[in-house]
Every structure is written in structure tokens, then in C-alpha cells.
Design a binder for this molecule. Structure first.
Ligand code: PLZ
Length: 449
């Protein structure tokens, strides 16, 4: 049992009292089918009643171990004390005035924190938005205004959102883009250093992928036409791909030499997720702009673009904004989330989660041939599943394992261009007993398969 920010009333235990999903969830699922658009899916149709720490309690009284954090959002747990306290107080004071009409302090305090926490000691400014996709769109707007150029370069396996521009930036057709075109123009995709699948071997990956990417940009687009290069320092939806060491610094150097704005999309990897405030710190990278969302506000919708003051100031007054951007309740929650990360040293917690997970997963790989690769950092860990004796993707085993985990009360997610990656994103405050119990369930699921 742990009380770490999970909300005192919620026991930190797995508890199954019905089948998964239970009867009340089934009822709600039927209502969902009738009232919610079919395009909006749910990974696991268990309806939440309460959540906190490392568990999600459903409407039937089951308590599930959470290895998903609502897709890397609730790093501090789903009911962190400081988030609830600060957001509730703000809610009682006022819900909204619109920062573009009559501003408020919380917005500025979040921007000040972002300036402190993001890499680099240059002068920084921020603008706040509601969702990750909106942050990425605005990063592109700002980079275009600053450079007076149009082209945007993105990478194989990249994911940046579901709006029109961010669909164009996203690599994978199904389910994100299929039937939703036409997409925004002036977007160019180049190779990324994916060590496990690099044809000439992982040891050549960084060098060759960077050379190919730079050659394509230079020859097909023209470096002088490129406003921004946008990349996730650890690629999330694409399969938790850590670009081979040396790749990112080469791309950053190329951007710098050619006056291109380098944008790190840390929407999934940021805010202690990988055991550092931001994943790009791992190779000492200082992005020109950084996009954040998800973990920033403990579950409330908030996103940001942060970067070099002179770039951030390039957009004309009134050129950036939105009715709800930097909503005061979300800002209060962000300050509570950041406070929790500092106070509980969640970077250290993430590193410990990596140690436990990689130890256990490594032992499983010895036993189960279909585990092709174990990768990721901190509490952003994944296994890539393949056909026995090859590297051919194994999406059916991936789906079956996820299903078995769900039935046993463990929330896990899949990802990857080939749908063959199981990813683990526990809240950073999860207790070690729950972490190990979750891994026991996974191991049992492999044994059963
Ligand atoms: N950039 C790196 O990971 C969101 C998407 C889930 P929004 N990832 C989860 C889904 O299927 O919609 C994400 C991301 C990176 C941008 C985004 C987009 O963030 O807040 O979902 O718009």
C-alpha cells in the first residue's frame, strides 16, 4: 500500500469483483454505442469511477493497475493532492475570464516555470493552449513567422496529433489519417534512426539515418525553404523508438547551420516521464522550441509552446491565442503537478521504474522468443513483439497480450507503426508492489499465450 499522492481514500490494490468489463460497465458501453460517435474508441471499456496513485477503480468496484496514465498524462496520479487542492481553489475563485480579455497570474506562473524547467539558459517565453495538437500547430505558426519560410520536416514513425496540420505531420495512416485528407501542404517526411529495424544494423543507424535525412532535406526541399524540423526525442505512438544516439545532435546541428527552427515535441516524453524533465536532455539537446502537454497539468487540458524569446515573439500581437488557452483551472493544476514532481522527485521515481521494468522484461525476453526488443527510458518503456525467429511484426500476439492483461486487471496500451508494441506508462507515483504485480500479470499472459 502506498499513499503517494493517490488520494487517501483510494486503496492502492488490484481488486477484481466482476468480469472485466463488469455489468455496470457493459450497460454504459451500450449507452456509449448509442450516443457517442463510432470514431471515438476506447482501449478498455471499463468505466472509471475514481482513480489515483497507481489504480483506476471502475463503476463495478473493480480496481485495476494503471500502466497507461491516460496516455502519459497522469504522471502525478489521477488525483494528486496538490493538483486537486490548487485546481479546486481556482475553481471556487473563477473558472474563466479568457487570458486574451482579462489576464490572470496563473498563466504567467506556468510560463515562468516552463522557462526554468526546459533546457537551455537563454531568454525564453511561452504561449499556452489546450491540447498537444494545438501546441504543435502553434509551434509551426511561430517558426514560419520567424523564418518567413514554409516547409516543415518530420520523421518516419512520428506522431503529432489529429488536427489537419498535425495529421499531415503524423506518419501513420490507420487510424489517424485514413479517409480524412486532403492534408496540409509543405510537409516533408524523412527517415529516423530506428535502431531495431535499421537494415544495415543498429551500429550504423545514427550516422546513416542522419545522412539520409539531411540529404533528402537538402535535395528535395532545400534547407533554405525549411521553417521547422519537428521531432519527438523519444517517438511515442510510433513505437517508443529511441533514435540511435548521435542522430538527434546531428539533426540539431544541421538545423542550426541552416537557420531552421528545431522543435522538440515532448508532449508524451516530457515532465519527468523518461526520468528527466525532458527527454532531449539525455543528449544535451537545447531545442529552439519545445511543445508540451499531457503530464504538465496532472490530467487537466493544458499545452504549451516554449522557446527562444526572439522566436516566440516573431508572431504579431494577436496572432496567437484561443478562447480557452491557458485556462486558469488548468494552470492551477499545472502548478500543482510541477510542485508534486519536485517534491516527490518523480525523475528519480521514473528511473527506478525503468530499473524494475527492464530487469523483469529482460528476464521475460530470455523465456519468450517473441520479445524482439525492450526499449525506452524511465516510465516510458515498451517491448516490440515479433514472429519467433524473425523480426517480422507480431500484432496479433500484441493484441492478445493486451487483452489478457486487461482481463486480469492491468491497463496496458499498444502502439507502433506495425501495431506490435506493448507500451508501459505507469503513473510515476505507482507503488513498487503494484508495479511488480502488473509485471506478474504480463508474465502470466505470456505464459498463457
Ligand atoms: N505529440 C508526441 O504523443 C498525443 C494520442 C492518442 P493531443 N499522443 C496520444 C490518440 O490516439 O489520439 C500526442 C503526442 C505527441 C502530439 C500529441 C497530440 O496531443 O493532446 O492528443 O492533441
Amino acid at each position: 500500500m502506498t499513499e503517494l499522492s493517490g488520494g487517501p481514500a483510494l486503496p492502492q490494490e488490484r481488486r477484481l469483483v466482476t468480469a472485466i468489463p463488469g455489468p455496470k460497465s457493459q450497460e454504459l458501453l451500450a449507452r456509449k454505442g448509442a450516443a457517442v460517435a463510432a470514431g471515438v474508441g476506447s482501449v478498455l471499456p471499463v468505466f472509471a469511477a475514481r482513480a489515483g496513485g497507481g489504480v483506476i477503480e471502475d463503476v463495478d468496484g473493480n480496481s485495476l493497475i494503471d500502466f497507461g496514465s491516460g496516455i502519459a498524462v497522469t504522471s502525478v496520479g489521477s488525483s494528486a493532492e496538490a493538483v486537486v487542492r490548487r485546481a479546486s481553489a481556482q475553481l471556487a475563485d473563477f473558472t474563466h475570464t479568457c487570458f486574451m480579455v482579462t489576464p490572470y497570474e496563473g498563466y504567467i506562473a506556468v510560463c515562468e516555470e516552463l522557462a526554468k524547467l526546459t533546457p537551455g539558459d537563454h531568454a525564453k517565453k511561452s504561449a499556452l493552449f489546450n491540447s498537444g495538437a494545438e501546441a504543435v500547430e502553434n509551434a509551426v505558426k511561430i517558426a514560419r513567422a520567424y523564418t518567413k519560410r514554409q516547409a516543415v520536416v518530420v520523421f518516419d514513425h512520428g506522431y503529432h496529433g489529429r488536427t489537419n496540420l498535425t495529421m499531415a505531420l503524423t506518419a501513420k495512416n490507420m487510424p489517424y489519417k485514413h479517409s480524412f485528407g486532403p492534408f496540409a501542404p509543405e510537409v516533408y517526411r524523412v527517415p529516423v534512426a530506428y535502431p531495431y529495424r535499421w537494415l544495415t544494423g543498429a551500429e550504423n543507424c545514427a550516422e546513416e539515418a542522419a545522412a539520409q535525412a539531411i540529404d533528402m532535406i537538402s535535395k528535395q526541399v532545400g534547407a533554405e525553404n525549411v521553417a521547422a524540423i519537428v521531432i519527438e526525442p523519444v517517438l511515442g505512438e510510433g513505437g517508443f523508438i529511441e533514435p540511435a544516439k548521435g542522430f538527434l545532435p546531428k539533426i540539431v546541428e544541421f538545423a542550426k547551420d541552416n537557420g531552421i527552427v528545431f522543435v522538440a515535441d515532448e508532449i508524451q516524453s516530457g515532465f519527468c516521464r523518461t526520468g528527466q524533465w525532458f527527454a532531449c536532455e539525455d543528449e544535451g539537446i537545447v531545442p529552439d522550441l519545445i511543445t508540451t502537454a499531457k503530464g504538465i497539468a496532472g490530467g487537466l487540458p493544458l499545452a504549451a509552446v516554449t522557446g527562444r524569446a526572439e522566436i516566440m515573439d516573431a508572431a504579431h500581437s494577436g496572432g496567437l491565442g484561443g478562447t480557452y488557452g491557458g485556462n486558469p483551472v488548468a494552470c492551477a493544476a499545472a502548478l500543482g503537478s510541477i510542485e508534486t514532481m519536485r517534491e516527490l522527485d518523480l525523475n528519480a521515481k521514473a528511473k527506478r521504474i525503468e530499473e524494475v521494468m527492464k530487469g523483469r522484461l529482460g528476464a521475460m525476453q530470455e523465456k519468450f522468443e517473441i520479445i524482439g526488443d525492450i526499449r525506452g527510458r524511465g516510465a516510458m518503456i515498451a517491448i516490440e513483439l515479433v514472429q519467433p525467429g524473425s523480426k517480422d511484426p507480431n500484432p496479433s500476439a500484441t493484441g492478445a497480450l493486451a487483452k489478457a492483461c486487461h482481463a486480469a486487471g492491468l491497463v496496458v496500451l499498444t502502439c507502433g507503426t506495425y501495431g506490435n508494441v506493448l507500451r508501459f506508462l505507469p503513473p510515476l507515483v505507482i507503488g513498487e508492489d503494484l508495479l511488480n504485480e502488473g509485471l506478474d500479470i504480463l508474465e502470466e499472459a505470456f505464459t498463457q499465450l
